[in-house]
Design a protein around this ligand. Structure first.
Ligand code: URP
Ligand code: ZN
Ligand code: ZN
Ligand code: ZN
Length: 461
């Protein structure tokens, strides 16, 4: 089966060119002079459009247990929504429950995802309990294609790890050539601020943000960087939201330390003002780290330009407003943490191209190319080049659309970006050569998506 995508502007992280893209079965086999290739089985006209590598969302939570409920997208609905938004790979988090092993956790997450995903997927592993057994299990996880391990400096009593735990896991990451991903907020101090707020009767959603000040994200980020330095382990800071944390990352990078960070669209577009919306509406935006004051946004955009922020992921973690966010109506600390977003990352970051915050190439780089490189998918994903998987998006930069829960495909009853007008839209999506989205219709099927065994060994020296 040969498909040719003709007449478009092919955009990679390294540059753009008018070119035709030839797809044979599941792979890209040529990027060539327009009009040169004839006789394809299928031709997709991309005249006036961008042809970009499918998005890679390296931070999602489908069916994730949290606060007595589960995030509301299944792997089937969540990967379908991802495809609608031009994302053809997700990396989700398997969550170790305390008292269980990493390998049994991986089995549990495979049982949720295998046969259900519309696009390709991988896993990171969340380590909730550091002991000899779980440290020893890191190597078999890596052998099974999971080479990145998330830890938490937040959520004492749930996911929280002590500095000693983190140090030991980083030593093991260093020894095995894997990576620690850090949720960097000082959970011990935050828990005191939360208890004080509740004792004073401050129970509204905005208190979630007030009790998690940016200084405590900056402090935890600096501490994680110090632990990584001592152990010689690389470090990836997830969902960075605050200037304070960005400054710590930039300073470490300027000394040559292997520290990387991602931010998320919600921190670029939403703010603490949303958390203060009346009628409990602020609960829609409760996530950790919390939304910050607006003045952090310009710093985050700058971080994306200077590469102190290397990746944009969504931290997609959808809880319905009506019955799930409701759990915290009288106590903000009981609002399930998370914001839906897997469908809108490509569109939201494209607005940064429209307004001149980032270049077209940088859009592709932070949304696709760098996550592929960072997490061991380099060559297969994140690039329009011969030999790569034919995960290709035809993007119409001139289309107009309005984000709304009425039209989105995520399995959640609200949008954090309701009414936001977007310039640009996904037109056609191929996942390993199969048309998943075309002409406003979904043609994919759950089960098409394959598990991606990821491998960082090519980077080891
Ligand atoms: O609020 C968030 N971010 N929920 C998902 C879990 C996490 O910490 O990433
Ligand atoms: Zn987190
Ligand atoms: Zn720098
Ligand atoms: Zn997350």
């Amino acid at each position: 089966m040969r498909t040719v995508i003709t007449g478009g502007t092919v955009v990679n992280a390294t540059g753009r060119a008018l070119a035709d893209v030839v797809v044979d079965d599941e792979l890209i086999t040529a990027v060539t002079t327009p009009g040169l290739v004839t006789g394809a089985d299928r031709t997709i006209d991309a005249t006036g459009k961008y042809v970009i590598p499918g998005g890679i969302d390296a931070h999602t939570h489908m069916e994730m247990p949290f606060g007595g409920t589960f995030s509301n997208d299944t792997f089937a609905t969540g990967t379908t929504a991802a495809a609608w938004g031009g994302t053809t790979t997700i990396i989700d988090f398997a969550v170790q429950a305390r008292g269980t092993s990493l390998l049994s956790t991986l089995d549990t997450w495979h049982a949720k995802a295998d046969g259900n995903c519309a696009v390709d997927y991988g896993f990171h592993m969340i380590i909730s309990e550091v002991d000899d057994h779980s440290l020893k299990e890191m190597q078999p996880c890596i052998d099974a294609g999971v080479n990145s391990f998330k830890m938490f400096m937040a959520y004492p009593g749930v996911f929280y790890s002590t500095d000693g735990d983190i140090l030991r896991a980083m030593q093991q990451a260093r020894a095995t050539g894997s990576m620690v991903m850090m949720h960097a907020e000082n959970g011990i101090a935050i828990d005191q601020l939360v208890a004080q707020a509740l004792a004073e009767g401050r129970t509204a959603p905005v208190e979630h943000s007030i009790t998690r000040p940016p200084e405590l994200e900056g402090e935890a980020t600096s501490r994680a960087i110090a632990l990584a330095k001592v152990t010689g382990s690389p470090l990836y800071i997830v969902h960075l939201s605050a200037r304070h944390a960005l400054e710590a990352v930039a300073a470490a990078r300027d000394t040559g330390q292997n520290v990387f960070a991602e931010t998320c669209p919600q921190y670029l577009y939403l703010s603490i003002e949303n958390m203060a919306e009346p009628d409990f509406n602020g609960a829609k935006y409760v996530a950790s780290p919390p939304l910050r004051s607006k003045d952090h946004q310009a710093d985050l955009w700058r971080g994306l330009r200077t590469n102190d922020l290397s990746v944009v992921s969504t931290d997609h973690c959808p809880f319905c407003f009506k019955d799930q966010k409701e759990l915290g109506r009288d106590d903000f600390s009981k609002i399930p943490n998370g914001i839906p977003g897997v469908e809108h990352r490509m569109d939201l970051l494209h607005q940064g191209v429209v307004t001149g915050e980032i270049t077209l190439e940088r859009w592709v780089e932070v949304c696709s190319t760098t996550p592929a490189r960072m997490f061991g998918l380099h060559g297969r994903k994140g690039v329009i080049a011969p030999g790569a998987d034919a995960d290709v998006v035809v993007y119409d930069p001139a289309a107009k659309q309005t984000i709304s829960a009425l039209t989105h495909h995520m399995n959640v009853d609200y949008s954090a970006y309701e009414g936001l007008e977007i310039t640009g839209a996904v037109e056609t999506v191929l996942s390993r050569g199969a048309v998943v989205i075309a002409a406003g219709e979904f043609h994919g099927k759950p089960g098409h998506g394959r598990f991606l065994k990821r491998d960082l060994s090519q980077y080891l020296v």
